[in-house]
Design a protein around this ligand. Structure first.
Ligand code: NAP
Ligand code: ZN
Length: 349
């Protein structure tokens, strides 16, 4: 067991501050990674503030991890000391259930182990995330980083990237598919880039005037101000797939109206009951679906990283010091991020 520095919080209303955590000793199949960069996901903020009512404290967030391998277990063969490596939202699962056997570890029937907020059965302690100096992870849950990409800008691919990639792939997005993305934040900007990379025709729905130029620069073909009824009406019945990344309760009925026959709206942002309620009439009249999706499996995450390597896709980032994490959370709450904060972990000395 090693003791490392981390940043976390002991209560929902407390600021994040420096603390010490334990990492397990490197087991035969493990890889130890010195963390170089960690992305800041809105889920980190939800978790630190116990928005989902499932946080046990202290919590050390961070599941968009990129670093350098510093030690490998005796049976680990995937990477060697000195290689770059990445870790996303999952660090273990049962590996035997039908979901795990089908590369869907995120839907493990016996409960997957989150990078933070999970339980490390080897250490017999809760798991802690990437706002820390080092992490020890089974090699089956470690990803390889394409050599041509900027390391800091790769970090957000490990959650924002895979969370939008997985539904784009599952709902067969390809050349000419009409895709819309709701919300231009961390997930939203990756959804635009990845959908565009797959050849789709991409529209952004944003409630924020002033993000149009950025969205077009990111690859969107069109931007619709969701607060403008005339603009909303102009895209009625248009989209095959909508990826909704909004983190808080909101009315999804206006977006269902923009689905084509057989279209699917995929919720990836908000977790909880819908308000106002979902009207099934337009769904029944057009065989439309409202679905949801959780991150992605390990094989699919590697597929996404390789795709990003081939297409030169990375996140748009603002690099911050760990000491600025509380300010970053405040700005994220105001949607004042263009478009992902990434922590330079060298600042945690
Ligand atoms: P983010 O960077 O804060 O972006 C969210 C965007 O949603 C904002 O930029 C804003 O875009 C829009 N928005 C924010 N508040 C809104 C509100 N009250 N009403 C309408 N629109 C609002 O967040 P993120 O990191 O992309 O995460 C988005 C959500 O996905 C979070 O809830 C996070 O926990 C969740 N998440 C889910 C998964 C999964 O597996 N399903 C994985 C990762 C994250 P505009 O200004 O353009 O409107
Ligand atoms: Zn995340």
């Amino acid at each position: 067991m090693t003791n490392v520095k981390a940043y976390g919080t002991g209560a929902p209303d407390a600021l994040l501050a420096e603390m010490n955590i334990n990492r397990r000793a490197v087991l035969a199949n493990d890889i130890e990674i010195e963390i170089l960069y960690c992305g800041v996901c809105h889920s980190d903020l939800h978790f630190a503030k116990n928005d989902w009512g499932m946080t046990t404290y202290p919590v050390v967030p961070g599941h968009e991890i990129v670093g350098r391998v510093t030690n490998v277990g005796s049976a680990a063969t995937k990477l060697k000391v000195g290689d770059f490596a990445a870790v996303g939202c999952l660090v273990d699962s049962c590996r035997t259930c039908s979901s795990c056997k089908n590369d869907l570890e995120q839907y493990c029937l016996n409960g997957w182990v989150g990078t933070y907020g999970g339980f490390d059965k080897h250490l017999n302690q809760p798991t802690h995330g990437g706002y820390s100096q080092k992490i020890v992870v089974d090699e089956n849950f470690v990803l390889k980083v394409p050599a041509n990409l900027d390391l800091a800008a790769v970090a957000p691919l490990l959650c924002a990237g895979i969370t939008t990639w997985s539904p784009l792939r599952h709902w067969n997005v390809g050349k000419g598919t009409k895709v819309a993305v709701v919300g231009l934040g961390g997930l939203g900007h990756m959804a635009i880039k990845l959908a565009k990379g797959l050849g789709a025709d991409v529209t952004l729905f944003s409630r924020t005037p002033g993000k149009e130029k950025d969205a077009l620069d990111l690859g969107a073909d069109q931007v619709i101000l969701s607060t403008d009824e005339l603009q909303m009406a102009s895209v009625a019945g248009k989209f095959d797939v909508i990826i909704d990344t909004v983190p808080y309760v909101h009315d999804i009925n206006p977006y269902v109206a923009t689905l084509a026959i057989d279209g699917t709206l995929v919720l990836v942002g908000y977790l909880g009951g819908l308000d106002p309620i979902l009207n099934t009439v337009p769904m029944i009249m057009g065989r439309k679906s409202v679905a949801a999706s959780l991150i992605g499996g390990i094989a699919e995450t590697q597929e996404m990283l390789d795709f990003c390597g081939q297409h030169n896709i990375v996140s748009e980032i603002e690099l911050i010091q760990i000491q600025d994490i509380n300010k970053a959370y405040e700005r994220m709450l105001k949607s004042d991020v263009r478009y992902r904060f990434v922590i330079d972990m060298a600042s945690l000395k």
